[in-house]
Design a protein around this ligand. Sequence first.
Ligand code: SAH
Length: 227
Amino acid sequence: MPTSKEYGRLRKRMVAEQLRERGISDRRVLDAMAVLPRHQFVPKEFQKHAYEDRPLPIGEEQTISQPYIVAFMTERLRLKQHHSVLEIGTGSGYQTALLCHLAQYVFSMERVSRLAEQAGRRIGDLGYNNLDIHVGDGSQGLPDQALFDRIIVTAAVPRLPSVLCSQLDERGGLMILPVGDEDLQELKLVARRGDRYTSRTLLRCRFVPLIGRYGFDSDVKSPPTIF
Ligand code: SAH
């Protein structure tokens, strides 16, 4: 097992080669990813691969997203320290911890209670206490806590859920999410101004499916992790 100093070196290299060289330039995002211990968010047997350029299995047929996609989505959200954020698909909790670092308060929703508990523990151990993790179907959002400055969905939805759009702040709320079928999606950025929504497609991507009322049925197979 690498030492924490070695992990620190791998992390710096990840930021330089996978993020900066590919165009991620937001200082706050780069600085946060240079300190956040990603290896603590993956199962023991994968820890030494935690800083590689790929997603990794986290159990329950789910994956921790590739570092670049985490950085890309976070940068596009243009987070401010005073923002309240809704995240759907806590998973490992790595993206959640990054949001806790960059925003004021994070509401994160996870369908699998074991993942939610584990993520909550890991993030708490790092000293963040500006979050609530809710176990349940996040495809319906969290109407009681809405409106949100930012919404991030880290599992694929078949179409843009209007129930989530309506939970965005009316003055410039932003939501990023993968929309498409189970195998391939497009990452979309939705902006709200009053009752007007605009949507831009940013890139093609491949996420595990969101299972729930406005997601896919539970018999949909997750895409295999690529090595
Ligand atoms: N950002 C996470 C991604 C995890 S994969 C990470 O990098 O670790 C997507 C997650 O969405 C999985 O943990 C899965 O269990 C969860 N998920 C799937 N359907 C969901 C739903 N309807 N509500 C909440 N979470 C859901």
